[in-house]
Design a protein around this ligand. Structure first.
Ligand code: ADP
Length: 512
């Protein structure tokens, strides 16, 4: 049978999605391939079809223990023999399943990397494995946003498999650097990458508004739609759920602190539309295949653009117009900062997390097309989308060249050694201890923006960073430096414009 025939007979689809046929042909030609496709792009078929065409077993390595059973059940329902091995099973059961695989009674065997770490590897080595699929492959890269050491350990094992299987790695989120890392570690020569652009998603950034008010208004306007609201902590998930329930919206919730039964129940309520809105931490969503999610709202800034795009991408898997909204508040950035600071990760990892957070702040502050901003980050070019809140922003542009010059020259006068908080304080003419200690009150730029609040100045700095006039580098305390583009503004060769600032309907209190 050909891959095309299998697609029709076993899966009931008429044609391949972009990239699927190439990935499948690579595997059948025994080439190792990295497949990068957006969420919902159809990654699973890229190894499920070869699994049916190859003689032996396909080993699927996945970190998503909670979903393995569902994936395997779905295959079995299609008449495809598959099973899984993970830590939820008894030893006897695991032995039993290994025997099935050894006797070629299953075509696909799903395992979690933790299993490969332990003695189970010698049992795997005895299996007739023709293909290994490494799902969520960004987890093996330290440059990724969800690095898992057990995944890295796995890479060494794969090449020891005596049956020399082909390898396919799959992910929905990989910057060029992460992609290179995965390829090097797994020894992959090929790459299949389909466009990251999601042309049915409209990205929106809503700044400095009362999020509770926004959510209530939004749900009222979209009361018959299904959506996900992401909050940053379990406590916040519970608070929001209670609030929305009080206003009689059809909501349920999901976070790691709930019992397994509750999580399963709530997830099912959402999947089967018994509850329209899911309020959740980022523990919810990996592998969830609900097609009619019309909106994903982030009540608070996520830690990275990779995580954001993956979570936002859960909207509109059916291809119909959907929204991805980020409610941006500077105070949330400070909270995230605090989380990273307090974590017990090593300094290098923390440094990277601070940088990823910084990119998110830039996303929230850019005036570029939001879809384009994301594509650039993932190393792709693309036209402006015409749908995002920046593309649709019809406010007038204002010339802010003079203000920009004030900021940039202050950064220069402070010898490009300090971060935005202190620069904003100096510009606002603050008498803060640190300002005095460094004698910044004697600079000619001290207080030259005292007509503006520190928050307004900080936002302007974020905007100028997003627009490339400044860089903010260094992890925990990013230091501002003027870029070559910024220098052209200082010398009067370049003008800077910005859309007129929004008047927030209900501004949050200043937090400086
Ligand atoms: P991913 O893992 O990339 O997020 P999945 O493999 O879960 O995506 O596929 C998403 C959905 O698209 C599934 O419901 C799947 O059955 C469907 N799908 C995959 N390939 C095709 C195809 N060629 N034609 C139509 N639907 C497809």
């Amino acid at each position: 049978m050909t891959p095309q025939e299998l697609l029709k007979i076993k899966f009931g689809y008429d044609s391949f999605r972009p990239g699927q046929a190439t990935a499948i042909n690579d595997i059948l030609a025994h080439k190792n391939v990295l497949t990068i496709m957006p969420t919902g792009g159809g990654k699973s078929l890229c190894y499920q079809i070869p699994a049916l065409l190859l003689d032996g077993v396909t080993l699927v390595v996945s970190p998503l223990i909670a979903l393995m059973k569902d994936q395997v059940d779905a295959l079995n329902e299609n008449g495809i023999p598959a099973t899984f091995i993970n830590s939820t099973l008894s030893f006897d059961e695991i032995d039993n399943r290994f025997k099935q695989a050894k006797n070629s009674e299953v075509k696909l065997l799903y395992v979690s990397p933790e299993r490969l770490d332990s003695g189970a590897f010698s049992q795997l080595a005895a299996l007739p494995i023709d293909l290994v699929a490494v799902d969520e492959a960004h987890c093996i890269s330290q440059w990724g946003h969800d690095f898992r050491p057990s995944y890295l350990a796995l890479t060494n094992h794969l090449h020891q498999l005596p049956s020399h299987p082909a390898i396919i790695a799959l992910t929905a989120t990989a910057t060029p650097r992460v992609a290179e890392d995965i390829k090097a570690r797994l020894g992959l020569s090929e790459e299949v990458k389909t466009g990251f652009e999601r042309d049915n998603l409209a990205f929106k950034v809503v700044k400095n508004q009362d999020s509770d008010r926004y959510l209530l208004d939004y749900l009222k306007l979209n009361s018959d739609q299904s959506g996900i609201i992401y909050a940053s902590t379990r406590k916040e998930v519970e608070r929001l759920t209670r609030l929305l329930q009080k206003y009689h919206f059809s909501v349920t919730m999901y976070h790691g602190g709930l019992s397994r039964d509750e999580r399963r129940q709530n997830q099912d309520d959402f999947l089967y539309d018994r509850a329209l809105v899911m309020v959740a931490t980022n523990a919810f969503g990996m592998g969830i295949d609900k097609s009619n999610v019309r909106f994903v709202i982030h009540d608070s800034i996520p830690g990275s653009l990779e995580a954001y795009y993956q979570e936002a991408g859960r909207a509109g898997r059916d291809g119909l117009p959907s929204e991805a909204i980020l409610l941006f508040k500077m105070a949330d950035v400070q909270t995230q900062h605090f989380f990273i600071e307090q974590s017990d990760r090593n300094e290098q990892v923390k440094e990277r997390e601070f940088q990823k957070l910084q990119t998110m702040v830039q996303y929230a502050n850019t005036e570029e097309c939001l879809q384009q901003f994301i594509l650039h980050y993932f190393g792709e070019e693309g036209p402006t989308c015409g749908r995002c809140s920046n593309c649709l922003d019809t406010r007038e542009s204002q010339d802010i060249t003079v203000e920009t010059q004030k900021v940039l020259s202050c950064v220069r006068r402070m010898n490009e050694h300090f971060g935005k908080t202190l620069v904003a304080q100096v510009l606002a003419g603050s008498k803060d201890q640190k300002v005095m200690k460094f004698h910044f009150n004697t600079l000619s730029t001290y207080g030259i923006m005292q007509d503006q609040s520190k928050r307004q100045i900080t936002e302007l700095i974020d905007y100028l960073t997003a627009a490339g006039y400044l860089t903010a580098e260094g992890g925990q305390f990013p230091v501002l430096k003027v870029t070559p583009l910024g220098l052209t503004v200082l010398t009067g060769q370049q003008k800077v414009s910005r859309k007129v600032a929004v008047q927030a309907t209900k501004a949050l209190p200043e937090n400086d």
